[in-house]
Design a protein around this ligand. Structure first.
Ligand code: ATP
Ligand code: MG
Length: 393
C-alpha cells in the first residue's frame, strides 16, 4: 500500500487557531483530489495522510496535484510497511529498486516517532543502509552528499518508506485569509496575480470586462479557460462577466481621449466596488506592475486607486515581465494568455495617453458625463459562472 504525506508550510507557525487552518487545508485537498477518486484524508503529528481508497487511482497525478495546493510545503509518496526491520528491508528493497538502480550514491535517514520500536534511528539507518548497499552493489553510501536520500519513518500506523521529498507550493491554505476579487483580463499578468494572492491564503473570484462586438466570443472563451486553469491553484472561482461596451462608448464620445485609459480603469474599479460590497470581498487584485505601460505610472496608479473603496492588491508591482512570464509558464497560463484575441483595454486606446495625469483633470473629464446609471446597469447585467476545482462545472 502507498500513501501520500503532506507536510505543512507556514501553518506550522500558527498557534491557537492552527487546527482550523489544518481543517481548511484538508477540505481543500479533498476537493482538489475529488476528480481522481476517493481518498481517506487524516492528520497526525503535523502531517496529513492521504490514502487512496481504490487500486485504480493514479497516484502520480495525485502527487502532482498536491504539489500545487497552497499550505503544503512538501509532499512525499511512501510505501507503508509493517513495523518490523526484516520486512522493511525485504519490501523496501523491492520498492526502491528503480530509484536505487539508477543512482550513484545514497544514504538512509531514519526517524523513530514511535518510541516503542525496538531499534534506534541510527540502528535503523545502519541495518537498512547496509542491506540496500548489498542488494544494489553499484551504488555507494555517501552520508554527506548523496544523490538519493531514503527516508524511513516509524510512525503509529506503520513504517513509511520513501526516497524523494518533493517541494510543494508552500504558502497558506486558500480561504484562510479571506476573499478577494481579481480583475482578470486575458493577458499574462492578471492570472499570475491571482496565483500569488491565492498563495497568501486568499480565496479569489474574478471579474472580467468585455466589450462585444469590439471584443469577440473567442476572447471571452480565452478568459474562461484561464479561470479554469487557475482552479488548479486557487480552488473554486466565481467568474463575473461585465458588459462594458456602452460605458466604453460613452467614455469615447464624451471625455478627452488622452485620459481614456485611466478613466476606464477607474470605471472598472467603481463597478468592482459594487461586487465587493454585495459579496464581501475584502480587496481587489490587479496584474499591474509599475511603469509597464502608460496606465501604470505612479501618477496613473494614484488616480486609479482613488476610485476603489477597497485596498487594491498588486502582487506584481515590483516584478519584471521576465519574472512574471516565468510564473505564467509554471502555472500553465502563458500559452493561453498569448493567444492574440483583443481585450477591451485595446479598444479605443488613445495615441498619446497622459503618463502624468493630474487627479483634478481626471475629475473634470469625468464630470462631462454621468456614468452612474451605466455603472448600475452593467452591474445588473453581469453574468455569473462558477469554475470548480473538483471538475463539476
Ligand atoms: P494583463 O497582462 O493582466 O492584461 P497588462 O500588462 O496587459 O496586464 P493592462 O492591460 O494595462 O496591463 O491591465 C492592467 C490590469 O487591469 C490587468 O492586470 C487586470 O488586472 C486589469 N484589466 C485589464 N483589462 C481587464 C479586463 N478586460 N477585465 C478585467 N480586468 C482587466
Ligand atoms: Mg492586458
Amino acid at each position: 500500500m502507498e500513501v501520500i504525506l503532506a507536510k505543512y508550510g507556514e501553518i506550522a507557525l500558527k498557534g491557537l487557531n492552527r487546527s482550523s487552518f489544518e481543517d481548511l487545508l484538508i477540505r481543500n485537498i479533498k476537493r482538489r483530489l475529488a476528480p481522481l477518486g476517493s481518498f481517506d484524508i487524516t492528520r497526525r503529528q503535523s502531517t496529513i495522510y492521504v490514502q487512496p481508497m481504490s487500486e485504480d487511482i493514479d497516484l502520480d497525478i495525485a502527487v502532482k496535484k498536491m504539489c500545487n495546493i497552497f499550505g503544503i510545503a512538501a509532499v512525499q509518496r511512501c510505501a507503508v510497511l509493517p513495523k518490523d526491520i526484516s520486512r522493511i528491508i525485504e519490501q523496501g528493497t523491492v520498492y526502491l529498486k528503480d530509484t536505487l538502480e539508477n543512482a550513484k550514491s545514497f544514504k538512509v535517514e531514519a526517524k523513530r516517532s514511535d518510541k516503542s520500536f525496538p531499534l534506534t534511528s541510527p540502528q535503523i539507518q545502519q541495518e537498512l543502509g547496509g542491506a540496500l548497499a548489498e542488494a544494489f552493489p553499484d551504488i555507494a553510501i555517501d552520508v554527506h552528499n548523496p544523490e538519493v536520500t531514503v527516508l524511513v519513518e516509524i510512525r503509529d500506523k506503520g513504517a513509511y518508506l520513501n526516497a524523494e521529498k518533493l517541494t510543494a507550493a508552500g504558502g497558506m491554505p486558500v480561504g484562510s485569509n479571506g476573499n478577494a476579487l481579481l480583475l482578470l483580463s486575458g493577458g499574462i499578468d492578471s492570472p499570475v496575480a491571482a496565483y500569488m494572492m491565492a498563495k497568501r491564503g486568499l480565496r479569489v473570484d474574478a471579474i472580467h470586462f468585455q466589450s462585444p462586438p469590439y471584443t469577440s466570443e473567442r476572447a471571452l472563451m480565452k478568459v474562461e479557460s484561464l479561470c479554469e486553469k487557475l482552479t488548479e491553484y486557487c480552488g473554486d472561482i466565481r467568474f463575473y462577466c461585465v458588459p462594458f461596451t456602452e460605458i466604453q462608448e460613452a467614455l469615447r464620445d464624451n471625455c478627452c481621449g488622452d485620459y481614456f485609459t485611466v478613466i476606464m480603469r477607474r470605471l472598472m474599479l467603481k463597478i468592482a466596488n459594487h461586487f465587493c460590497e454585495k459579496k464581501h470581498y475584502g480587496a481587489l487584485i490587479t496584474g499591474e506592475s509599475v511603469g509597464q505601460v502608460a496606465s501604470q505610472t505612479l501618477a496613473a496608479i494614484g488616480c486609479t486607486d482613488k476610485a476603489a473603496d477597497y485596498p487594491v492588491l498588486r502582487p506584481l508591482v515590483g516584478m519584471d515581465k521576465k519574472e512574471i512570464v516565468e510564473i505564467a509558464r509554471k502555472i500553465d497560463t502563458f500559452e493561453t494568455s498569448v493567444l492574440p484575441y483583443e481585450d477591451c483595454c485595446t479598444v479605443f486606446t488613445p495615441k498619446h495617453p497622459k503618463t502624468k495625469p493630474l487627479f483634478k483633470d481626471i475629475l473634470l473629464e469625468e464630470e462631462k458625463f454621468d456614468f452612474e446609471p451605466l455603472i448600475l446597469k452593467a452591474v445588473n447585467q453581469t453574468a455569473v459562472k462558477d469554475f470548480k476545482a473538483d471538475g463539476n462545472n
